[in-house]
Write a protein that binds this ligand. Structure first.
Ligand code: CMP
Length: 143
């Protein structure tokens, strides 16, 4: 079963959107396997966003994701990566399609509420930064 890493960023937490964001994935029929409320330290943030090191938005991104608590999750399902990214919407809130989380609630690329892995490789690289395998449950999911 395909898995993805989803993280509600500090702006999503501050704005009280944890429930709304989880609800969209639940209603779609995706399966929640793990969830954790935590404050990211710089080391974990650097590991997570290593592919963006050197880009203009890298330092502000690290500062932002470590600025307050985040809600980290693992979701599963057929095509879960493509499905969650469709629900989240494009990185830039201006071009995110209407009805997506970022179109409905975000106004700025730097404060775009939620992260979703963009490939199987990145999902499987990101998940262990936040969860050990024994924290990820396995149960039958009938939809
Ligand atoms: P996220 O899905 O967490 O992945 C990288 C993050 O960097 C992205 O969401 C944005 O919050 C932030 N970011 C800021 N500017 C850009 C950009 N031009 N391209 C990609 N990501 C950006």
């Amino acid at each position: 079963m395909e898995r993805t890493f989803i993280m509600i960023k500090p702006d999503g937490v501050q704005r009280g959107l944890i429930g709304e964001i989880i609800s969209r994935f639940e209603k779609k029929g995706l399966q929640l396997l793990a969830g954790k409320f935590l404050q990211l330290d710089e080391e974990a943030a650097k590991k997570h966003y290593e592919e963006h090191e050197g880009k203009s938005f890298y330092d502000p991104l690290l500062e932002f994701v470590t600025s307050g608590p985040v809600f980290a999750m693992v979701w599963a399902g057929d095509n879960v990566i493509a499905l969650t990214r469709a629900i989240i919407g494009k990185t830039d809130a201006v071009t995110a399609a209407p009805g997506t989380i970022r179109s409905d609630y975000a106004v700025h690329t730097n404060f775009n509420l939620v992260h979703g892995s963009d490939s199987v490789e990145n999902a499987e690289r990101e998940i262990p930064i936040y969860f050990s395998e024994h924290q990820i449950v396995s149960y039958e999911h009938t939809i």
